[in-house]
Design a protein around this ligand. Structure first.
Ligand code: FUB
Length: 505
């Protein structure tokens, strides 16, 4: 049985598909929240919190990583860190984290709600992580959440955080301690457009109200751009919107600059992450707009924007369209993970030690879209998928630009274990195209799951590339070969045809 998120995601995505090119929310396979983007080299790493699919309230136990090189296709890298990485954490409270790289080490500042902010150190953006302190780096009170970390041009690193208040420390060079004490940032009208005041209402109940036009709430995101310091944050009390302040120094004083974005659809919180990547500026946030979503089941969205000439940030509309233009093209001739997705319907990801992350819960009618693949001038001649059958016999249709334009069909019904299966394309595909992988049942009255899908790769039509198969009959092949005929990755298992009979190897 498909879970809520999937059938409902299907509905919203259908709508999106009808609209043409909708990309928000950018992840459709689960509820993601509290986006923390970090750019390193050619890649944007997006750390997210994961919201529970059932029930109300936050049940948050791990963080999930997604990566992109083009801003339209997101590769699910799986559970990147969890409460289990801290021996002092409980079994809930993996709230909004942020990750930063320094001297080839990666630091994840992660709040464990009610227990303080921890810091994990990893050798790569994927971990594995170590908790060298074995205790929180910050543990002042219950408001120690939402850390944001930033390294200034002079090498001084700062950690800011806070709900219902904003604090910062100057981190030591090893990023694991701080000099001086915790500094509280005054929540003045000048700095944040207003402040919250507590009062007792006519029924004797304690309430809060905003004095002024705006106020800081939580979720700070601090960065420097062209000599100016920016502090973007969730503002206004609940429901939250995004606002920002600027300063000439990381220590302030901050000057309120206005609202950036409205309260997101379906969520009483929002949470910013702002980066420049490949010449463009992007703001990440979360909303409750994935079907089945709510204030406790949020989904990460992104919008592109341009700074005003004076460095201020314009008001940025939230759109369903999101970012639809790829900043670079993926090559279809490299092995691609099936969990590299621009848009999907009905699809889940799962992971294990042996395979890493793979697509699961694939039913008749589900699909994955991958955007802007560059097939080049020579084009592709065939395509390989690595999949395995689950309960129901089915096939993968590989379509170009539209779901009604299948150029190859791959039968997965005999792949009882992970198998590389190849099919020739009905036509040579050249130039830049979107690719759909459609999952179809042989018997559509059987509603059981069809298959799992791990990776795929096209083979170019270039001179010298004969085939990717040990046996080319009937389109069942295994192994991938480079121009000199050398195998470039090991087949998991192949179906071979000899004397008209199929053999599993
Ligand atoms: O995800 C839990 C909390 O919701 C975060 O810490 C806040 O920023 C809000 O997004």
């Amino acid at each position: 049985m498909k879970s809520n998120i999937l059938t409902m995601a299907a509905a919203i995505c259908m709508l999106a598909a009808m609209e043409g090119k909708a990309q928000n929310p950018i992840i459709q396979t689960r509820y993601t929240s509290d986006p923390a983007p970090v750019v390193h080299g050619d890649t944007l790493y997006l750390y997210t919190g994961i919201d529970n699919e059932d029930g109300e309230g936050y049940q948050k136990t791990f963080w999930q990583l997604y990566t992109t090189t083009d801003m339209v296709n997101w590769t699910d890298r799986g559970k990147v860190a969890s409460l289990e990485d801290f021996n002092w954490a409980g079994d809930n409270g993996a709230w909004a984290s942020q990750v930063i790289e320094r001297n080839d080490k990666w630091y994840m500042y992660a709040p464990i709600q009610l227990r303080g902010i921890g810091v994990l150190v990893g050798k790569s953006p994927y971990g594995p992580w170590n908790d060298p302190l074995k205790r929180p780096i910050i543990n002042k009170d219950i408001y120690d959440i939402d850390p944001t970390v930033f390294i200034d041009d002079d090498g001084q690193a700062y950690l800011y955080w806070g709900n219902n208040g904003l604090w910062y420390v100057e981190l030591t060079r090893n990023m694991l301690d701080y000099n001086g004490g915790i500094v509280e940032v005054p929540l003045t009208e000048e700095a944040f457009g207003g402040y919250k005041e507590t009062y007792v209402d006519d029924n004797g109940m304690e309430q809060t109200r905003v004095i002024g036009v705006d106020c800081y709430e939580e979720g700070p995101w601090v960065y420097k751009r062209e000599g100016k310091y920016y502090l973007v944050y969730a503002a206004g009390g609940v429901p939250e919107h995004l606002s920002y302040s600027m300063s000439d120094s990381p220590a302030g004083p901050w000057k309120y600059k206005g609202k950036i974005m409205d309260t997101p659809e379906g969520s009483f919180t929002t949470h910013p992450g702002v980066v420049d990547f490949k010449g463009n500026s992007y703001i990440f946030y979360h909303s409750g707009q994935l079907k089945g979503g709510s204030g406790f089941r949020r989904s990460v969205c992104v919008e592109q924007f341009e700074y005003n000439a004076d460095g201020t940030i314009p008001e940025i509309p939230m759109t369903k369209k999101g970012v639809t233009t790829a900043v670079s093209h993926l090559s279809p001739y490299e092995r691609r993970e099936a969990e590299t997705i621009a848009m999907s319907i009905g699809v889940r990801t799962d992971q294990n030690e042996e395979r890493g992350v793979y697509l699961d819960s694939l039913d008749h009618g589900d699909y994955v879209k991958v955007k802007s693949l560059d097939f080049g001038e020579e084009g592709a001649k065939n395509v390989m998928v690595c999949a395995r059958k689950k309960a129901n016999a089915g096939r993968i249709e590989v379509c170009i630009d539209s779901q009604s334009n299948a150029v190859a069909t791959i039968d997965v019904s005999e792949a009882t274990d992970w198998t590389e299966l190849t099919a020739d394309l009905d036509e040579t595909v050249t130039g830049v195209h979107d690719v759909y992988f459609r999952f179809r049942a042989t018997d559509t009255s059987n509603r059981e799951e069809l298959m799992q899908f791990d990776y795929w790769q096209f083979v170019p039509n270039a001179t010298g590339v004969e085939s990717i198969a040990t046996d080319r009959k009937a389109g069942y092949k295994s192994g991938m070969y480079d121009l000199s005929g050398r195998r470039i990755h090991r087949p998991v298992k192949g179906i071979y045809i000899k004397d008209g009979k199929k053999y599993l190897k």
